[in-house]
Design a binder for this molecule. Structure first.
Ligand SMILES: [Zn+2]
Length: 255
């Protein structure tokens, strides 16, 4: 056991290592925004006795610099609880995440990106096109929220929640992509599928030349897409494979 690890409840350490690995996976995939953007998780009740506490990246570090022990523990308002951690939280950065963690049942993990292709689709009037293998797996899973500027104002929260409803994926118009789920691997595999759909859409021929997927086929494809299904790992096997790839490059996230 490392010195850092011995300072934490085993379940908190496991959550820290998993989240730090996720930051490194995002870096590996190019889903980074210099020192901005966040992936957050709620700590299990076994650690917090039911109190709502979360882990977030330290403000000022690139995703490639995030480690298990420099992740910051915060409360639902984004206040830092890790008194010994020298880093600080981006207070504006937790507004969206905190709103979803606090109000959406089962939102254990929230991920948000500004990838170029995700943002490009978020800027289109028509949003995600239903015309490819990936969008077909996301039938009825994607919601939209109108742009109101940088999401730092708490008064936007009710509108954001109303926009999202019960959908697990949100396209923030003119802004970026968001995913939440009851586990980090599931949030990841959903966001990955949406990202792939956006990548395909952005590189397609001009509007009108693609073959649409019919609503019936999209419904069937989403039903057949077992990667989100708990009986088939719900993204765990995908996430584990990506963690092994990160491990082969740089395993310092475990510190
Ligand atoms: Zn953003």
């Amino acid at each position: 056991m490392s010195t850092a690890q011995s300072n934490y409840h085993p379940d908190e350490w496991a959550a820290r290592v998993q989240l730090a690995a996720a930051y490194r996976i995002f870096d590996m995939l190019g889903w980074t925004e210099m020192i901005y953007n966040h992936i957050t998780v709620r700590l299990p009740d076994s650690v917090t006795n039911g109190e709502r506490q979360f882990l977030i990246n330290p403000f000022g570090l690139h995703y490639s610099e995030v480690t298990a022990s420099n992740l910051i523990k915060i409360d639902i308002q984004g206040n830092k609880l890790d008194k010994d951690n020298p880093w600080h939280v981006n207070p504006a950065g937790f507004t969206i995440h905190g709103t979803i963690h606090a109000n959406v049942p089962g939102a254990h993990c929230v991920m948000h990106t500004h990838t170029t292709n995700g943002l490009a689709v978020a800027c289109t009037q028509t949003g995600l096109a239903q015309n490819n293998f990936y969008s077909a797996q996301l039938d009825d899973m994607v919601a939209y929220h109108e742009f109101e500027g940088i999401t730092v104002h708490a008064e936007e929260a009710p509108r954001l929640l109303a926009s999202m409803g019960t959908k697990p994926l949100l396209i923030l118009r003119n802004h970026g992509l968001l995913s939440h789920a009851a586990t980090l691997p599931l949030a990841f595999v959903r966001l990955w599928t949406l990202q792939r759909a956006c990548d395909v859409q952005v590189t397609q021929a001009p509007m009108g030349q693609y073959i649409p997927v019919s609503p019936a086929v999209a419904r069937k494809t989403t039903g057949d897409a077992l990667q989100f299904d708990a009986r088939f790992g719900a993204g765990q096997d995908v996430f584990d494979a990506m963690v092994r790839k990160v491990d082969r490059i740089d395993s310092s996230y475990k510190n």
